[in-house]
Design a protein around this ligand. Structure first.
Ligand SMILES: [Zn+2]
Ligand SMILES: [Zn+2]
Length: 399
C-alpha cells in the first residue's frame, strides 16, 4: 500500500476489490496529512484482521508477522506517540524503516515497534525492498523536491522477469532424465551432468516474460530525478494537481501539472499513465456544477504530452489491471506506432495535394497554406508550438 491518507481505512472497507488483509507493507511518500493521517488506523485494522485470522486457524497471536512500514525520517516518532498514547504500548506489531540520507542510527525496539534506518546508495537510490520470495520483486526509491521543508519519495516497484519454459523434449533427446537437474536448469543455472559435461539452463529456456513495473510519483514539482528508475514502467501514477494554465501556481505549491505527468510518462517510455491528486478546483462530473472544470482537461493535456492516449484520471475504487504478458504490451506498442504512421501518411497526402494545387492554381494554394499554418499554430494549447519537443527537465526549468 502506497500512502495512507485520512479515510483510507473506511474506503478500504467500502472497496469491493481491495482488502487490508492483503497488505503486508506500507510505503509512505512524505509526512503531509493527506498521505499519512490514516496510517495508524489502517495498521490497527490490519492487526485486528490478522488476530481474527490467527484465532480462526488456531495460530498463536505471537506468530503473527509484523507489518512493515517504509517512509521518511520522523515516521517512527509519529507512530511511537500514537502507540504509547492510544494503545498503551499494545498497538500493532510494526517493523519501521526510515529512509535516511546520512549514516543510519542504530536500530532499537520499543513495545511492539522495531525501528531501523536505511541509507541511500551513492546515486541517491534507496534499495528499499529486495524480496527473494516465490514472486521476487524490488522496490526502489529516490527523493523528489516538494516543499522547502519537505521532499517526497518516488517509489518504483518491479517484479523480476519470469523465465521461459524448459525445453524438456530436447533435454530428453540428449539423454538427460528429469530430476533435480531440471529444477536447476529451470532457474537458468549452469549444471554439471554425471558424465562431467556442463550445460547452461539458459540455452534450454523459452523466451522470458518481463516483470511488471509500477512507479508512484506523488507531490512534487520536479519528478525528473525518478525518470531513470521508472524507465519502461507498465504504469506510472503521477501527481497532476493542476492544469498547465496554472503551471506557475503548481510550481509554487510544489506540485505537478498534467503536462508534466505526460512528459514524465513519455520520457520514461512508460506504457500507461494514471493521473491523481487533483486540486479540488477540478471536478469529476461537470454536468451539474456551474463553471466547473473537469479532470478530463488534465487527461487531454497529458495525452498530448505523453503522445499516447493510454491516460486515465484515477478515482477512488478504480482498479487498473497490469497485464504480465509481454505480447500484450508489444501489441499496444504496435498499435501506437501504427496510429502515428497513419497520421504521418495523412499529413503527407495533404502536403502533396497542396503542392499539386500550387502548380495548378498558385493563388488558391497560398490561401490554403496560410490556413494550414494557422491550424497548426492553434493545434497545441497555450501556443507552445508543434515543432519543438519539450522534455520534462526543460519544462520545469522554464518555470
Ligand atoms: Zn504534500
Ligand atoms: Zn498530497
Amino acid at each position: 500500500l502506497f500512502d495512507c491518507g485520512e479515510g483510507t481505512q473506511i474506503q478500504a472497507m467500502k472497496s469491493e476489490r481491495f482488502t487490508l488483509s492483503s497488505v503486508t507493507t506500507i510505503f509512505i511518500t512524505h509526512m503531509h496529512g493527506d498521505h499519512v493521517f490514516g496510517l495508524f488506523g489502517v495498521l490497527c485494522e490490519m492487526q485486528m484482521i490478522a488476530l481474527d485470522l490467527a484465532k480462526t486457524i488456531g495460530q498463536h497471536p505471537r506468530n503473527i508477522k509484523p507489518f512493515k512500514v517504509y517512509g521518511p525520517p520522523g515516521i517512527a516518532d509519529y507512530l511511537k506517540v500514537l502507540m504509547t498514547t492510544a494503545t498503551g504500548g499494545k498497538g500493532p506489531l510494526v517493523d519501521i524503516c526510515e529512509l535516511v540520507q546520512s549514516t543510519p542510527k542504530p536500530p532499537y525496539s520499543q513495545g511492539n515497534m522495531r525501528v531501523r534506518q536505511l541509507q541511500c546508495d551513492r546515486n541517491g537510490v534507496w534499495q528499499v525492498v529486495q524480496d527473494q520470495s516465490e514472486s521476487p520483486k524490488t522496490v526502489k526509491a529516490v527523493l523528489m523536491p516538494h516543499k522547502s521543508e519537505m521532499s517526497t519519495f518516488a517509489y518504483v516497484l518491479e517484479e523480476d522477469k519470469v523465465l521461459g519454459t524448459l525445453d524438456v523434449e530436447r533435454l530428453n533427446k540428449m539423454g538427460i532424465p528429469p530430476g533435480p537437474i531440471f529444477k536447476e536448469l529451470k532457474k537458468g543455472k549452469v549444471v554439471t551432468l554425471p558424465n562431467g559435461k556442463t550445460i547452461d539452463g539458459k540455452d534450454f529456456l523459452g523466451p522470458s516474460t518481463p516483470g511488471r513495473k509500477l512507479a508512484i510519483i506523488l507531490d512534487t514539482y520536479d519528478s525528473s530525478t525518478a525518470l531513470h528508475l521508472a524507465k519502461d514502467a507498465d504504469l506510472v501514477i503521477h501527481d497532476s494537481t493542476f492544469h498547465s494554465d496554472m503551471a506557475k501556481e503548481a510550481y509554487g505549491k510544489g506540485h505537478s501539472t498534467a503536462e508534466q505527468a505526460g512528459l514524465f510518462a513519455r520520457d520514461a517510455g512508460a506504457h500507461n499513465l494514471a493521473l491523481t491528486h487533483f486540486s479540488n478546483r477540478y471536478v469529476y462530473e461537470t454536468n451539474h456544477v456551474i463553471n466547473a472544470i473537469g479532470v478530463d482537461v488534465h487527461v487531454d493535456e497529458a495525452v498530448e504530452a505523453f503522445e499516447s492516449d493510454r491516460v486515465v484520471a484515477a478515482e477512488d475504487f478504480m482498479s487498473i489491471p497490469i497485464i504480465r504478458e509481454s505480447g500484450k504490451r508489444l501489441l499496444a506498442e504496435a498499435k501506437d506506432a501504427q496510429r502515428r504512421a497513419e497520421a504521418m501518411i495523412k499529413e503527407e497526402i495533404k502536403m502533396a495535394e497542396m503542392e499539386d494545387r500550387a502548380v495548378k492554381n498558385p493563388k488558391e494554394a497560398e490561401e490554403g497554406e496560410k490556413q494550414t499554418k494557422a491550424q497548426k499554430k492553434g493545434g497545441r494549447r497555450n501556443g507552445k508550438g508543434v515543432g519543438k519537443r519539450v522534455d520534462l527537465r526543460s519544462r520545469i526549468e522554464s518555470l
